[in-house]
Design a protein around this ligand. Structure first.
Ligand SMILES: Cc1ncc(COP(=O)(O)O)c(C=O)c1O
Length: 403
């Protein structure tokens, strides 16, 4: 068997492949779904008399905020419709508390810390790195965050300022948090401090491609737990219309919302209202967005199913993988500590994967066994080859074969 694996490895190497499955990006057929945006004429004055061409409306135009309110199930008074990046809104939220946090700015505290469930999103870790805020990790389990571990971490640490979660189709392992789990996060965090910040990055809020368990809207859960003043929820259209060319939305309340608005005003006088208007002309309501997202789902689903089939074709003695019902990633967990070796072998065969360790702070995967796969950007023929490269590399590394 080892010989046939090695022969196949050599055969793949001779093809001179160049395939990139590093980042979760929509493919061009998905982008085509929103091509209307490229040609839309925008009336310069809105129905409520706002001149889109000028400064004004720092929290976004009313129609865009209404769309955000319907997506995040929060009242329009709690919504900012921002620029094109929800990551920017997350960054601005952390920045706001770092500089102006009440009763104490985070920068004035000794060793502020923030909790990131792992595996997680590399760019979240980068935000905290920028502020020299220590990241404390808590493992994800099937239902969401490991609540017992979360409680332990809070029992043992001072100045933990909050937690950032991707509660639906978590990046990269695809967990969909249960309501009980989110309620548990609120209960534990609120008991720790009435300033503990719950930052929910809902990047994949409407990105199901297979039946997915229902969640009560996160804003509603925050209200039920009386934690709305400590909660910030962000989402965007980056994987609805154009990557980096959509709209972003934020829901928050009270002092928290005021703080974020104040900090944003120091850097952006107002968002691009013309792009906001284009989007609200394209999507009149939530139903329009949902039917658009069904088209995305139909394009994405076959790619995930193909990946599941090929990854499942080798024994789970080699490793196991997540089977998300939405989002953009699959996580492969090797049974031996060989993730970096597998990624290196894939690169030798011409397939680039997210660097080893990227789903952990400081790029340090303690067990060296988590690999993120992003199957959406390439076409299905390339994907089949990439998955073949992947399972071949897993086998070679696991069996310790010399190539
Ligand atoms: C969890 C998560 N948050 C945020 C983003 C980026 O979103 P945006 O383009 O709205 O900044 C991504 C993109 O991969 C993501 O996976």
């Amino acid at each position: 068997m080892s010989e046939s694996i090695l022969n196949h490895f050599k055969d793949l190497k001779s093809k001179g492949l160049n395939i990139d499955i590093t980042r979760g990006k929509p493919d061009s057929s998905q982008l085509d779904l929103s091509n209307k945006l490229l040609k839309m004429n925008v009336e310069p004055i809105t129905d409520d008399g706002v001149d889109l061409r000028n400064y004004g409306e720092p929290s976004g135009i009313k129609a865009a905020r209404e769309l955000g309110a319907s997506l995040l199930d929060a009242p329009i008074g709690n919504i900012i419709a921002g620029e094109q990046s929800s990551l920017l809104l997350s960054y601005q939220t952390i920045l706001a508390h770092y500089i102006h946090g009440k009763p104490s700015s985070w920068k004035s505290l000794e060793k502020p810390k923030f909790i990131c469930p792992v595996p997680g999103f590399d760019r979240h870790f980068r935000i905290f790195d920028d502020f020299d805020i220590e990241v404390i990790t808590v493992p994800l389990i099937e239902d969401g965050v490991d609540l017992a571990k979360l409680k332990n971490v809070l029992d043992e640490n001072q100045n933990v300022m909050g937690i950032i979660c991707v509660p639906r189709h978590s990046n990269p392992s695809g967990e969909v948090y249960t309501d009980e789990n989110i309620n548990g996060i609120f209960t534990i965090g609120k008991a720790y401090s009435d300033k503990f910040l719950f930052l929910f990055d809902h990047a994949y809020l409407i990105h199901d491609f297979l039946p997915t368990k229902k969640q009560t809207p996160t804003w509603q859960l925050a209200l039920n737990n009386n934690t709305n003043n400590q909660t910030v929820i962000v989402t965007s259209f980056s994987k609805v219309t154009f990557g980096g060319g959509g709209l972003s939305f934020l829901a928050a309340d009270g002092d928290n919302l005021d703080l974020i608005k104040k900090t944003r005003l120091s850097m952006v006088i107002c968002p691009d209202k013309i792009n906001q208007q284009r989007h609200v002309d394209l999507f009149k309501n939530k139903e329009d967005i949902e039917s658009h997202m069904t088209k995305h789902a139909n394009l994405i689903r076959p790619k995930f199913e193909t990946s599941y089939e090929i990854l499942g074709s080798i024994s789970d003695d080699y490793g196991t993988f997540s089977k998300p019902t939405g989002g953009y990633f699959i996580t492969y967990k090797t049974s031996k500590p060989i993730a970096s070796e597998v990624i290196e072998l894939c690169s030798v065969l011409g397939v680039s994967l997210t660097p080893a360790g990227a789903t952990f702070p400081n790029s340090n995967d303690p067990n060296n066994n988590i690999i993120r796969i992003a199957p959406t950007f390439i076409d299905e023929d390339e994907l089949k080859i990439a998955m073949d490269v992947f399972i071949t590399s897993v086998q070679v590394a696991h069996l310790g074969l010399k190539t």
